[in-house]
Ligand binder design. Structure first.
Ligand code: ADP
Ligand code: MG
Length: 266
């Protein structure tokens, strides 16, 4: 590992997420170099965080501090990974962490990759289990921050969580951070491409049922209902505009709104 790190200082990998064999071990290397581009980009990143904060205020009813949202670098991810790992949660081991560089244990293929290759019955089981897994994580008092299905992998028969760069949960109250996780998971499934479209409504229900099968009262309380009401209401208001659009994200939003309505039934 030390030789590889020394080589990185001479011939650095470009920004992004890479797979690498280091000393015969399969690793994931995340590179976020602090360069001129990044410094210039601070204004833009602040605007993005501000837009997210406004979105949260409108949809979740809480305004997270854009400054806290911006604590979303590799150093923050490293800290969260180490803390979760110390509590034996299935997250990648941190092999090396340097400014702008994170070397992680490879923890399997991500869930969308698996869903695109699995027969429908297995897809249903995979997403049900993904929902249940998220609820167990939440019950233990955690939030993910990037709970899209692409940030879960399967290895050795269990799910692993990856990508802890987003700090939204650190800026929101815990129940809202968890509701936001569930919303992101639903949106990421219902907006998935390269999956037969007719399967998506049923898969969405499986994800939600899986979540509810393991969620406790703290997860299904007022925060989740507020999010559900807000998404369902927004979709209803926008329907005249979106009804004829077949864009993937719009379709996913409509399907997610239907899932949120399930949560509002008495
Ligand atoms: N530890 C890991 N093990 C296996 N695959 C990983 C790992 N980390 C990242 N990946 C793969 O790389 C993709 C992008 O990595 P991620 O950490 O989610 O960064 P980004 O911020 O770009 O989303 C993931 O969706 C997954 O396919
Ligand atoms: Mg990711």
């Amino acid at each position: 590992m030390n030789d590889w790190l020394a080589d990185q200082r001479v011939r650095p990998l470009p920004d992004g997420v890479h797979e690498a064999q280091i000393g015969g071990v399969r690793c994931i290397v995340k590179v976020r170099r602090p360069g001129a581009g990044r410094a210039l980009g601070y204004g833009l990143r602040y605007l993005r965080a501000l837009a997210l904060a406004v979105f949260c205020k409108l949809v979740l009813g809480e305004f997270p501090s854009p400054r806290v949202l911006l604590r979303n670098g590799l150093a923050d991810e490293t800290r969260r990974l180490r803390a979760l790992r110390a509590q034996a949660w299935p997250v990648p081991q941190v092999y090396a962490a340097e400014p702008g560089l994170l070397v992680l244990e490879f923890v399997g293929q991500d869930l969308p990759h698996l869903l695109r290759r699995a027969p429908p019955a297995q897809c249903a089981e995979l997403v049900f289990r993904a929902g249940a897994d998220l609820a167990r994580f939440h019950r233990a008092g955690h939030w993910h921050g990037g709970a899209q299905l692409r940030n879960m992998t399967l290895r050795d028969g269990r799910y692993w969580r990856i990508d802890f760069e987003e700090n939204i949960g650190g800026a929101l109250s815990l129940p809202l951070a968890q509701a936001y996780d569930l919303l992101q998971a639903c949106l990421s499934l219902t907006g998935m491409n390269r999956l037969p479209e007719h399967l998506l409504p049923a898969l969405g229900r499986q994800l939600l049922q899986g979540y509810l099968s393991e969620a406790g009262p703290e997860q299904t309380g007022p925060a989740l209902r507020r999010v559900a009401r807000s998404i369902a209401g927004t979709e209803r208001v926008l329907r005249p505009l979106t009804a004829r659009l077949s864009w993937r994200d719009v379709r996913g939003f409509r399907l997610t709104a239907d899932l949120m309505r399930v949560l509002l039934k008495p």
